[in-house]
Design a protein around this ligand. Structure first.
Ligand code: ADP
Ligand code: MG
Length: 344
């Protein structure tokens, strides 16, 4: 942590002083936020909207490695992954809470960097920080973020709404965040073995950026609204395309045919995959952390998405008896399996 020259112990401020210091620049902007930080509980007014809630717990050493994850990026990403879950319901995030377990390894300056990232994400996505909790932890850093959002009842999109013959669509490209992680892990190992060798990540900005600072697809919800398109089912890709597509199949009680040749993989991702002797498809299927939206639409809606450069139609849903299949570029049929890397 880059805090050797300018280090304020958390104990100097105390818990309340720290919270005040961290949250002073957060001013609520959403009308649904009646009371934010500073009372025993936050107060929200959602009138007759449906409320969507999601939470994530991130543990140092399991979900992130501070050897190569800058604290500001950690704060940003922690928020974005939660907002992505709200968008995947076709809902709009409005508030977050942030809870942290901090050890005395962390200075006030270090925690402030995390909050700079949190602040940047709040600003970019228009959400209010409305509370949280702060406690000490033995050694590592823990961050838990809860996001709250809204939707009209008829707007919500679940994992279970797909029908046979619906088209499977995905936004952006896949596998980049995974290859970014592989690269960072490799460079970390090299650095630990010979600290004089500085990693050169300059040419790998795309995949490293996708790993360290992902974005949530708010733009797609805006597109869906303007096209009067309601996906029949939707999920965000956090565990890898295969695992997350299987979730849609499972919840909707369907099979699928996924066309390998249509899976979008960026050039930089392909190049790095080659260095690691895996295919771009493997990175896309089993990598994860893309935070792209995977959704199904009725065939009659095809014309709404077909010309969008950021949406790929990668297959279609089938009756369950047909199974869950990956059709390779060589036209061979494989069973689609979830190999997404799991924390457990
Ligand atoms: P309590 O003792 O009632 O739990 P706290 O002292 O923990 O209250 O929190 C005081 C206020 O600061 C509350 O509004 C709480 O939501 C907020 N808060 C506490 N920790 C954080 C944090 N890490 N980030 C943002 N807000 C926080
Ligand atoms: Mg508390």
């Amino acid at each position: 942590m880059s805090d050797t020259e300018n280090r304020t112990e958390i104990a100097e401020l105390g818990e309340f002083g720290l919270i005040r210091h961290l949250t002073q620049h957060f001013k609520p902007i959403n009308p649904s936020t009646l009371k934010g930080v500073g009372d025993d509980a936050a107060v929200l007014d959602y009138a007759n909207k449906k409320i969507v809630v999601t939470t994530d717990l991130l543990v140092e050493g399991i979900h992130f490695d501070l050897m190569y994850v800058p604290l500001k990026h950690l704060g940003y990403k922690s928020v974005v992954v939660n907002l992505s879950d709200i968008y995947a319901m076709n809902a709009t995030p409005k508030q977050i809470t942030v809870s942290m377990g901090l050890s005395n390894r962390f200075s006030v300056e270090a925690v402030s960097e995390i909050y700079e990232g949190i602040h940047a994400a709040c600003k970019k996505y228009g959400v209010d920080l409305i509370g949280g909790d702060t406690t000490t932890s033995g050694k590592g850093l823990l961050i838990s973020i809860t996001a709250i959002g809204e939707a009209e009842a008829g707007e919500l999109v679940y994992r279970n709404g797909a029908r046979a013959n619906d088209l499977i669509c995905v936004t952006g490209d896949l596998g980049a965040a995974y290859m970014g992680l592989q690269l960072l892990e490799r460079e970390k190992k090299i650095f630990l073995e010979s600290p004089s060798v500085q990693p050169d990540l300059e040419n790998q900005k795309y995949i490293v950026g996708r790993q360290l600072m992902p974005e949530a697809r708010r733009d797609m919800l805006e597109n869906f609204k303007s096209w009067a398109l309601k996906p029949t089912s939707m999920i965000d890709i956090s565990d890898g395309l295969s695992s997350d597509l299987l979730h849609l199949c499972e919840e909707s009680g369907l099979g699928c045919r996924l066309d390998e040749s249509r899976i979008p993989v960026a050039e930089d991702t392909l190049k790095m995959a080659m260095q690691f002797s895996i295919s771009g498809t493997t990175a896309a299927l089993n990598g994860g952390e893309d935070y792209e939206l995977l959704f199904t639409i009725a065939q009659s809606d095809f014309d709404k998405v077909q010309n969008h450069p950021e949406i790929s139609v990668i297959g279609f849903m089938t009756e369950p008896e047909k199974g869950r299949k990956l059709i390779s570029t060589g036209n061979a049929e494989y069973e689609l399996k979830a190999q997404g890397w799991k924390a457990f």
